[in-house]
Design a protein around this ligand. Structure first.
Ligand code: DGL
Length: 291
């Protein structure tokens, strides 16, 4: 296993997403690892990633990882499915700290959950067209049949707050129809926003289908990874510290982000700060920090 001698358990975990959706992953990390500090970055100026090219998403992801490395993180969690699908292989190669994406953990759980080997995946257009979930599933379970469906309307519906709404129910039914025709018994919610409309997706899919939330699985896998590397924090951060346990940064609209974040995370987001992410341009990534 690769050694990371300059990293310490007390350093924060860096988490990033194209915007607010990755807070579902941050929330799971907070629940499962209450001793950890988190630096979260949401690329609110450039969201959505789901309709952008691999090249663009990889470039954006590199800039963000460089910012997180500047914050002295001990690991990076790519909370965004689209960025995990497109940029994880490059970032993993270049990054001087351990990196985890959301796709592998989601795929692994789906394989252990399915009984008939027919797995559905829903996500952004980019995630679906990357074939990333399908590839990981086939690595683990070559005989599995994977049926993927892009659901581009879900992200705006969630961001508009229509979590429990007849419109969202109707859209979900339409998206689900073809997947149900394929007889899937397991469905991966392959986008950060979808766990927030889990009930709606569950109603459209029917109770016989197991829903997989990669956010939950990613936090579990991150915990194991930190444990193995002896990087898991075993101490609650000092309450009187001037640096908050959770820090949030965005590339635009800090106030709007904060409002939404407070509706997802119940730990109270004290502040979010806007930064100039273009300041972190440049290639390759490993030039940003020496191991
Ligand atoms: N965070 C993205 C994902 O999980 C959804 C929003 C977007 O398209 O940027 O794929």
């Amino acid at each position: 296993m690769r050694q990371y001698s300059d990293l310490k358990p007390g350093m924060p975990i860096g988490v990033f997403d194209s915007g607010i959706g990755g807070l579902t992953v941050a929330r799971e990390i907070m629940r499962q690892m209450p001793n950890e500090k988190i630096v979260y970055f949401g690329d609110t100026a450039r969201v959505p990633y789901g309709s952008k090219s691999k090249e663009t998403v990889t470039r954006y992801s590199r800039q963000i990882v460089r910012f997180l490395l500047d914050q002295k993180v001990k690991a990076v969690a790519i909370a965004c499915n689209t960025a995990s699908a497109y940029a994880l292989p490059e970032i993993e190669k270049e990054c001087p700290v351990p990196v985890i994406g959301v796709i592998r953990p989601g795929a692994r759980t789906a394989c252990s959950c399915t009984r008939n080997g027919r797995i559905g995946v829903i996500g952004t257009r980019a995630t679906v067209s990357s074939g990333s979930y399908t590839d990981f599933i086939h690595e683990i379970m070559p005989e599995a049949e994977v049926f993927a469906q892009a659901c581009p309307l879900f992200v705006p519906l969630v961001e508009e707050g229509l979590w429990e709404d007849p419109v969202t129910d109707e859209i979900a039914r339409r998206y689900m129809a073809s997947l149900l025709d394929h007889g899937i018994d397991t469905l991966i919610m392959g986008c950060t926003h979808y766990p927030l409309i889990r009930k709606t997706i569950g109603r459209a899919a029917g109770e016989k289908i197991s829903l997989i939330n990669p956010a939950y699985e990613t936090a579990m896998e991150l915990r194991h990874m930190l444990e193995e590397l002896k990087l898991l924090s075993d101490q609650r951060p000092f309450l009187g510290s001037t640096t908050p346990q959770y820090r949030f940064y965005v590339s635009d609209m800090a106030e709007q982000f904060q409002q939404f974040a407070n509706s997802i995370i119940k730990y109270g987001i004290l502040a979010s700060e806007k930064i100039d992410i273009y300041h972190y341009s440049g290639e390759p990534l490993s030039a940003g920090r020496k191991v």
